[in-house]
Write a protein that binds this ligand. Structure first.
Ligand SMILES: NC(=O)c1ccc[n+]([C@@H]2O[C@H](COP(=O)([O-])OP(=O)(O)OC[C@H]3O[C@@H](n4cnc5c(N)ncnc54)[C@H](O)[C@@H]3O)[C@@H](O)[C@H]2O)c1
Length: 375
């Protein structure tokens, strides 16, 4: 069995989540690959210190070039603010390492294309992060739709909602400033989660109309003053994709940071002529299925802990965020090792570019109040 030796650049929120996923690799019954964290790079000494608790980490550095020079690394997970994606991703690729990128895969569409094209030129294995599709609920929805059980698709609704920015006294950070987060704002930050499955299923909008909102204009700067908060906070995209028969099917893609009552709500709803499906992380065990019958009824099923990569934890138990994140890391590692098989894989570079094409169209639609056709 191959071992993926992973380095991390950016040990913040997601760098630590990835380290935890690797630290409990033994929870995976059949990943088809071993994986370990060997090196960490972050500019902040206090962040580096956190990683000293992990015995597999041999190299701690503030310099990305030092990490990339290590022969103890096959691939690098880069989790830094969006304005740094392109330079660091290209540095990783040119150092001869494979890459697990974070969304949005470059700050904008041209950056995403440059990253994808350089990876192809160098022949490197590159995937991008998006963990929510690894929940048992959306896995089941995709399997049922692929098996034709929903009949003709009537409509798709996909979204990711936070109330994290509802409080105007919350201090500013890089995710709330366009120069660091990107002009696409919340779509750059939350959008990949909402389009990973639609893109994988062939539901990319052929055209769309978007409404974007900036709700909180200023926030405390954390130093006693005030800072401009200039990112789009909420985005509602309505479009249509073509199904296999060539018919147009409505799709809505909703990403919001100011969504009262929502903590980390990812949802997918697919309605069809024979069956319909609903999954939301608000009801994380539950898959709702509607089958055509004489009467209208929704069937509620508790799916339990039944992810794509089998786990030691019993199937009767609950699945959670750290589980779906570990499943995504397992998908990256096993696809890297050639053992993914028919299981669901991480976002590809082409899908990441396609996500930016959607955000780019949404920005143009909002600016012109027009329906935008995608290429
Ligand atoms: N998949 C998910 O669910 C998810 C969730 C949150 C964020 N993200 C993505 O992860 C990425 C990072 O977000 P985060 O929330 O972890 O950010 P964060 O601010 O918590 O952490 C970023 C870290 O990068 C470090 N850093 C900055 N510049 C660096 C450099 N040049 N070299 C080395 N380290 C550097 C910072 O010191 C910080 O520790 C973003 O792309 C974001 O969109 C993904």
């Amino acid at each position: 069995m191959k071992t993926l030796r992973l380095g991390i650049i950016g040990g913040g929120l997601m760098g630590r989540e990835t380290a935890c996923a690797l630290a409990r690799w033994c929870n995976l019954e059949d990943p088809g690959v071993a994986a370990e964290l060997t090196a960490i790079c972050d500019l902040q000494p206090a962040v580096l210190d956190w990683f000293r608790r992990l015995p597999s980490v041999k190299l701690l550095t503030a310099d990305a070039a030092t990490l990339l020079a290590s022969e103890e690394i096959d691939a690098v997970y880069v989790a830094v603010p969006h304005h740094l994606h392109e330079a660091l991703y290209l540095q990783v690729l040119r150092a001869g390492k494979d890459l697990l990128a974070e969304k949005p895969f470059g700050i904008d569409l041209p950056a995403a294309r440059r990253i994808r094209d350089e990876a192809a030129r160098l022949g490197r294995f590159v995937r991008c992060s998006s963990e929510f599709p690894f929940w048992p609920g959306p896995q089941r929805i995709m399997a049922e739709v692929r098996a034709g059980k929903c009949g003709r698709i009537i409509e798709v609704r996909s979204g990711f909602l936070h109330a994290s920015d509802l409080d105007p006294s919350k201090p500013i950070n890089w995710k709330r400033q366009a120069q660091f987060c990107g002009a696409a704002g919340v779509m750059n930050d939350l959008g990949m989660h909402a389009v990973h499955i639609p893109l994988r299923m062939g539901w990319k909008p052929a055209h769309l109309y978007a409404r974007l909102q900036k709700i909180v204009a200023h926030r405390p700067d954390g130093k006693g003053g005030s800072a401009v908060c200039d990112t789009w906070e909420n985005a509602l995209l309505a479009g249509e994709f073509r199904d296999e028969a060539g018919s147009l099917v409505p799709i809505s893609i909703e990403t919001k940071r100011v969504a009262p009552g929502e903590t980390d709500t990812w949802y997918l709803e697919v309605t069809g002529t024979e069956a319909s499906y609903r999954f939301s992380t608000k009801e994380p065990k539950t898959l709702w299925v509607f089958r055509r019958d004489k009467e209208q009824w929704w069937q509620k099923t508790d799916l339990g802990n039944t992810p794509p990569f089998k786990v030691v934890t019993p199937g009767i138990t609950e699945f959670g965020f750290s589980d779906c994140f570990q499943q995504m890391i397992a998908a990256f590692a096993s696809e890297w090792a050639g053992t993914l098989g028919g299981r669901f894989g991480c976002v590809t570079p082409d899908e990441a570019v396609a996500s930016h094409e959607i955000w780019d169209a949404a920005l143009r639609s909002h600016a012109t109040q027009a329906v935008i056709t995608l290429d």
